[in-house]
Design a protein around this ligand. Structure first.
Ligand code: C2E
Ligand code: CA
Ligand code: CA
Length: 506
């Protein structure tokens, strides 16, 4: 019985365990099923994600390729005008020159420079300047045929052509560039005009390499610029010789300044019927060891290019103060007049420099006259006014030089503290011509009187001119009639001989 019972018990336990196991397995299976479903879903999601990722990678790769292509294009293109840039131009030119060497043909380069571009910017604003450059670009593209038009920077453009067979065709294209670009362009409601200078050269006629071709086209451009607005020039051997001469002179000029070969000469300015020398104008001369005395018209532009004008001015100023200072202290002269170039004035700090130099030399500010030209005032009236005001505060007088040659803006004259006006030689030379010319000079003298400005007449060569000017009320004179520019020793002799003459006649 006990055995039966325990047998039954064992059976029950076994059944219960089986049941538990079955349930556990069922639960595990459900769980497993759930897990595998989750896994399936996760897998599916992963697959979706992977495919999305793949697509994004593909898209991004395409974007990068496009961006790179854009960047490459931009690196070869001028942003403002859309023309080829300098790098692009150089590559094109080198390739074209290589082809000519390998086979045959010609490469013609035209360098194009906008005349007086600064004036467009200054007078009409930078937007007008940009519009002018864009218009130049558009017209050049139309003219460049199978070649390439490029903007090399600023207001410099270039065209390279490979389909011109003769120099005559090149000259014709250069001429049509000048003519086409002379046509006015529209800026808003206004019509503005521009002009360009062109220099051109070709390979193999004028050069053996692309670098030489560019150099020679540049020499031709320089000649055009020198000749004035809207001119085209073809390269020639003469131009190369001139350029070499200029380069040599430029190098010598750097040394000359160091060696003290640039010296002040002095031209007297006389006053009144007694023609008493009251002051002197400093005029720069170069005592060249081989060429003799070189005039400023030859070396000042070189000094400007080489940025030597500032150093030259300081050296001349110091020497002039040293030489003329004692004559002023001794009462033999009343003033020293110096020329300031527009670029010096534009650079700023000019008045501060004068103040320093006056302190250093002990030269009296009241005995100094600074001569400026109209373009100083025309290009930047605000800055010019500031510098002039500062100079006036120091006690220095301002003279407006070369009056009658430029724009002669009378309105700005009345607004500026200018004490002197120097009538240009060309006006004086014409007073013998007739009534109209005399009337012009009289009108200037009247205007100056009304503005309380003193007038110095320059370039007086004859007694008749002197007498007419005195009769018209102009008593301050400068010119060969009274004395040419001379070195200091000759000036001293001149002053003594005048004093002796004056003493013996007076
Ligand atoms: P500018 O300031 O108008 O100087 C007067 C020029 O006329 C001088 O020429 C002088 O020699 C010349 N001249 C004077 N009287 C007569 C005359 O009766 N007849 C003729 N035919 N000429 C006369 P220069 O010395 O050759 O100077 C030329 C220009 O160079 C000057 O014209 C001035 O603008 C510039 N210059 C000269 N020295 C300096 C300088 O140290 N600094 C700067 N920035 N410019 C200078
Ligand atoms: Ca002068
Ligand atoms: Ca002058």
């Amino acid at each position: 019985m006990k055995t039966d019972e325990s047998g039954q018990g064992q059976m029950d336990r076994l059944l219960r365990r089986l049941e538990r196991e079955r349930r556990a397995r069922a639960q595990a299976e459900t769980l497993l099923e759930e897990r595998s479903r989750q896994l399936y879903l996760a897998n599916h999601e992963l697959a979706l994600l992977a495919s999305a990722l793949e697509q994004r990678v593909e898209e991004r790769t395409q974007e990068l390729v496009a961006e790179r292509e854009r960047a490459v294009a931009l690196a070869r293109q001028d942003q403002l005008t859309g023309l080829a840039n300098r790098r692009n131009f150089n590559d094109f030119l080198s390739a074209a020159c290589s082809r000519v060497w390998a086979r045959s043909g010609r490469v013609s380069v035209f360098l194009v420079d906008v005349d007086d571009f600064k004036h467009i910017n200054d007078a009409h604003g930078h937007e007008a300047g940009d519009a002018a450059l864009t218009e130049v670009a558009r017209r050049l593209s139309c003219l460049s045929h199978s070649g390439l038009a490029a903007r090399l920077g600023g207001d410099e453009f270039a065209v390279v052509c490979i389909d011109l067979a003769t120099e005559e065709q090149e000259k014709a294209l250069a001429k049509s560039i000048v003519e086409t670009l002379k046509q006015p362009y529209a800026f808003g409601a206004r019509s503005l005009s521009i002009a360009v200078s062109v220099g051109h050269a070709s390979l193999p006629d004028h050069a053996n390499s692309s670098a030489e071709l560019m150099r020679h086209a540049d020499m031709a451009l320089f000649a055009s610029k020198k000749a004035g607005r809207a001119t085209a020039t073809a390269f020639s051997d003469d131009l190369r010789d001139e350029a070499e001469e200029r380069r040599l002179l430029e190098l010598e000029l750097v040394l000359a300044l160091d060696r003290g070969e640039i010296v002040p000469w002095y031209q007297p300015i006389v006053e009144g019927a007694g023609r008493t020398p009251k002051g002197v104008e400093v005029l720069a001369r170069w005592n060249h060891p081989l060429r003799g005395v070189v005039l400023p018209s030859l070396f000042l532009p070189l000094a400007e290019e080489r940025k030597l004008l500032g150093a030259m001015f300081i050296s001349l100023f110091r020497q002039a103060c040293r030489e003329i200072g004692p004559l002023i202290s001794a009462g033999k002269l009343s003033y020293l007049s110096v020329n300031a170039s527009p670029s010096q004035f534009r650079a700023g700090g000019f008045a501060a420099l004068i103040q320093l130099l006056l302190q250093e030399t002990g030269f009296p500010p009241k005995a100094l006259v600074v001569e400026i030209t109209e373009d100083v005032i025309m290009t930047d009236l605000t800055r010019a006014t500031r510098e002039i005001d500062e100079l006036t505060r120091l006690g220095v007088r301002i003279a407006l030089d070369d009056f009658g040659t430029g724009y002669s803006n009378i309105a700005s004259l009345s607004r500026l503290p200018i004490q002197w006006l120097k009538l240009d030689r060309s006006l004086i030379a014409r007073i013998g011509d007739g009534h109209v010319e005399q009337a012009i000079v009289r009108a200037v003298l009247d205007m100056a009187r009304a503005l309380h400005i003193d007038v110095v007449a320059e370039g007086i060569e004859t007694e008749r001119q002197a007498e007419w000017l005195i009769s018209a009320g102009c008593r301050r004179h400068q010119g060969y009639l009274y004395g040419r520019p001379t070195p200091f020793d000759a000036l001293r002799d001149f002053l003594s001989s005048h004093a002796i003459k004056h003493a013996s006649t007076g």
